[in-house]
Every structure is written in C-alpha cells, then in structure tokens.
Design a protein around this ligand. Structure first.
Ligand SMILES: [Fe+2]
Ligand SMILES: [Fe+2]
Length: 301
C-alpha cells in the first residue's frame, strides 16, 4: 500500500527535546533518515564523524543562520543555503546565530544511536536540577566558557565535543546525593561530604556504557587538583586530562560567583583572585590565564 504523510499532522516518528534543541525524525527508509533540527539562537552543536566512512549527511537551512570556523575561516550558512558532509574525519563545531531550523538527511540510521542514551542521561540531569535549582544555568555557563577556553588553546575538535557533553553531565552523579546535603545551608559533616565526594565516580558509572563513554573519564576527574589534593583519586598534574582541568577552573569560578545555600555570591574579581592564588597548585596556569583574558574581554573583571 502506498502511504503519504503530510507535515500538517505533525507526524514525527520520534522526537528528542532539550532546552535549546529539538530533533524530530520525520521519515526513515531502509538506510536513510530525514530529520528536522530546531536550534535556539546561541546554541552550539557538533557534527562528529559517523561510525562508517561512507556516512553522508546533508543539511539545509530552512530558516535562521549557522556559523562555523574551518581552517581558521569563519563561515556563515544562511537561510536557503545547504552543506553536506561525507567521510568526516574530525568533528565540526557549529553555532546557531539565530533561532534556526535545519533539514537533515542522513544516508545511514543515526538518530537512535544518538538519541536514546543521551536523552536518558538528560532525564537524570533534569532530576538533579530539581534537587539543586542552580544546576541547569550553571551547566550552560560552564559549557560556554569551557568551549571558549578550549578554542583559545586550539584543542582538537574531539576535545570540544567531549567538553560539550562533559559540562552538561559533570554533576550527573549528584543524583545519588541526598537533597538535604545538596541544599544544606551550614557546614557539611564528614559523612555528608563523603556523599558529595562520590559524585564524580557515580557520574563515571552512569556514562560508562553510553555512546559518549569517554566523557565519563572527564567527569570522574573534574574535582581532581594538580597537587593531588582533589577527589576521588588524588590524581596529580599530567594524570588529569585537559578537559577535566578546564572544567575544574570554570566550575570553581561559577560556583564562587553564584549564590549558594551556604553563602552569597562572590564578585568575579574576588573569584578570579582566588583562582590565581591557586594557579599551579590546584589549577592549570595556562587555563587560568586564558580564562582571565576571556573575563577581561567581557568586562567582568
Ligand atoms: Fe562536581
Ligand atoms: Fe559544577
């Protein structure tokens, strides 16, 4: 039987929604998928190499605008323009310059591979933010600054991709921390702090069977400090990966400059002074320097 489906009925097969992005799978063939991807202005996303070399993906900008940088050239993709990628070897990093709708056609089935596990992880992060109101905005700020630092350091696209997810999921292990401990206004007892100290390892466990399992290692290390004084494993210097070192700096800054149940927010200048005081002791010098420059450009400090 022939079948014809009109978009008027909004007949998506499956949809993944995040705060800033929505991907609807609208048609599938034996080995083809057609998706509509809605992205809010200022959201970043990454195209990453598929499992197989022969994967071809086509993207048409229905409305809005995207930008990307390829070989140090800044490129805009406007409404009614398109691009396609085949045999991608490195990830490509895009930003939506305005609210953007993309039509995507993929020569292989990608949607399920991408969506199921990541949307399950998103559900857990949403539960964490119900316990701790500060989480959602904090994760997005962390994502933004981490990516900017990584770009300044000219790190590989794969690192940007890892950071994109590691920043969103870094505290996912807090799902196991009791709400009274997360929101306690006073000092934590040793027992309570032991709960907090488990969250990087619990985060690693939650990620380890997902399609972004590399991100788990970053999450496990985001409270490690250069001199070995961090947790959970007391790793030092080069034992800590660069992504975790970046997250450590921005995470600490953002925590210091936000109101928390146990204290009021500190000013950006005081927070940066604290990071500088611990430069080379807890935090990577170069990362702190680059972060300071970014904040100066923003006139935060
Ligand atoms: Fe954390
Ligand atoms: Fe955090």
């Amino acid at each position: 039987m022939n079948e014809i489906i009109f978009s008027k009925d909004d007949p998506y097969i499956e949809k993944i929604s995040k705060k800033s992005q929505e991907v609807s799978l609208v048609a599938t063939g034996d080995e083809t998928e057609v998706m509509i991807h809605k992205i809010q202005a200022d959201t970043k996303f990454i195209l990453f190499p598929g499992e197989s070399e022969s994967l071809m993906e086509f993207f048409y900008v229905v409305d809005g605008m995207l930008s990307t940088t390829i070989n140090s050239k800044h490129i805009f993709v406007n409404e009614n323009e398109y691009f396609n990628v085949k045999g991608l070897k490195e990830s490509i990093y895009f930003k939506a310059e305005a609210n953007t709708t993309l039509l995507c056609v993929s020569s292989q089935l990608q949607f399920h591979y991408l969506s199921n596990e990541i949307s399950e992880l998103n559900v857990i992060v949403e539960k964490v933010s119900e316990k701790d109101m500060y989480t959602q905005e904090h994760n997005l700020r962390l994502q933004d600054y981490s990516i900017r630092i990584a770009k300044e350091l000219k790190l590989h696209n794969k690192t940007l991709y890892n950071l994109l997810y590691a920043s969103l999921f870094h505290d996912i292990g807090k799902i196991n921390v009791p709400i009274e401990v997360l929101n306690k206004p006073g000092r934590l007892t040793k027992e309570e702090f032991d709960y907090i100290k488990k969250h990087p390892e619990d985060g690693y466990d939650l990620m380890k069977n997902s399609c972004i399992q590399e991100v788990g290692e970053i999450i496990r290390q985001h409270h490690e400090r250069l001199d070995g004084s961090g947790y959970p494993h007391g790793l030092k210097e080069d034992e800590i990966c660069i992504e975790a070192k970046i997250i450590a700096v921005v995470d600490t800054y953002d925590a210091m400059t936000s109101d928390r149940p146990y204290r009021k927010a500190l000013s950006p200048i005081i927070a940066m002074d604290e990071l500088k005081r611990l430069k080379g002791i807890h935090y990577d010098e170069k990362i702190v320097d680059i972060f300071e420059q970014i904040l100066m450009k923003e006139e935060k400090i």
